[in-house]
Write a protein that binds this ligand. Structure first.
Ligand SMILES: NC(=O)c1ccc[n+]([C@@H]2O[C@H](COP(=O)([O-])OP(=O)(O)OC[C@H]3O[C@@H](n4cnc5c(N)ncnc54)[C@H](OP(=O)(O)O)[C@@H]3O)[C@@H](O)[C@H]2O)c1
Length: 290
């Protein structure tokens, strides 16, 4: 059986949807904090059990009989996320899983200015120590994050943000689909993916390149304005963002301009059987909808 956590969320919910096209529903379980939110999976014959990284007993019950467990990276900014993930890995081991998968990120590192990258580094260290096979899905940065990272460029004609760098922006739904292919292939024994695997789109545009794409698609002159880091944080706070959140996001820009999100891999396209969507595709959708 394959058990998937975070299935009531966007990424792993997509993974379950795609897995249902490849594996009989009776071989799939979801471990979710609110079973009512997973009714659509129960209706299709998926085993739905309550599980939370904050409740090891329930989590263990939800992992019962699992060969593979896919752990979502937790996202509560007020929780001790590395501790939650450690509980999740230990519980999967206790349940007898033969492989643990984890939704990581394209850039990880204990010295990264980007907090989630430090959390993912801690998570991968726990996986490496777990004693069972593991697969870390190093997903590209969600392309739809650009909707707010770029600011209101369509109104102002300007992308005003701190200095950035190349980023392999990737569509979340395609990352979820690729995870389903990996899970299904490993379940059937067709092939296995050991340790970190990078799942990204191939293009790595900077914000200047994004401005050029936006100019081309709109027929307007969309400019790139580089803001001072502290001025940008102050502007975010003035627009209602809590300062710790704004500083955490500043870490994204600091990591990007150090080239830490520049890695790409052909694997996502190979798993999907098509070229992954790019920032150009995303912006074209946005422009068409406006
Ligand atoms: N690659 C990127 O650019 C990027 C960007 C942002 C975030 N992420 C990471 O990718 C993950 C998945 O993204 P997403 O868009 O699918 O987020 P999402 O829609 O918010 O889903 C997150 C899922 O994690 C579950 N979860 C959170 N804390 C948990 C806990 N303590 N125990 C058990 N389950 C828990 C949530 O459960 P409920 O449904 O009950 O809330 C939810 O199903 C995020 O959690 C985050 O770590 C990646």
């Amino acid at each position: 059986m394959i058990v998937i956590t975070g299935a009531t969320g966007a990424l792993n919910g997509t993974t379950v949807d795609h897995l249902l096209e490849r594996v009989p529903a009776g071989q799939i379980g979801v471990s979710v904090r609110d079973v009512a939110q997973a009714q659509r999976f129960a209706d299709r014959g998926v085993r739905v059990r309550r599980g939370s990284y904050d409740d090891p007993a329930a989590l263990l019950d939800s992992f019962e009989g699992a060969d593979q467990v896919l752990l979502v990276s937790p996202n509560d900014p007020h929780a001790d996320q590395p501790a939650q993930l450690r509980v999740a890995v230990e519980t999967a081991v206790k349940a007898g899983a033969r492989r643990i998968l984890y939704t990581s990120h394209q850039h990880i590192g204990p010295d990264s200015p980007f907090l989630p990258a430090r959390h993912h580094a801690a998570a991968e260290a726990v996986l490496a120590d777990s004693g069972v096979a593991w697969t870390s899905l190093r997903n590209g940065f969600y392309a739809h994050s650009l909707d707010w990272l770029l600011g209101p460029w369509a109104e102002t004609g300007e992308i005003a943000a701190p200095a950035d760098g190349p980023v392999s922006w990737t569509e979340r739904a395609e990352e979820g689909e690729a995870a389903a292919v990996i899970l299904a292939d490993q379940e059937s024994g067709r092939r296995s993916f050991d340790g970190p695997v990078t799942l990204t789109a191939r293009a790595t545009p900077t914000f200047a390149a994004v401005a050029a794409i936006a100019s081309e698609l709109t027929g307007r002159d969309i400019r790139r304005a580089v803001m001072d880091d502290d001025d940008w944080v102050a502007a975010q706070v003035a627009h209602g963002s809590p300062e710790p959140m704004a500083r955490m996001l500043l870490g994204f820009f600091q990591a990007a301009r150090a080239g830490r999100f520049a890695e790409t891999s052909p694997l996502l396209g190979e798993l999907l059987g098509r070229e992954p969507r790019t920032v150009r595709d995303l912006l074209a959708d946005r422009v068409a909808a406006s």
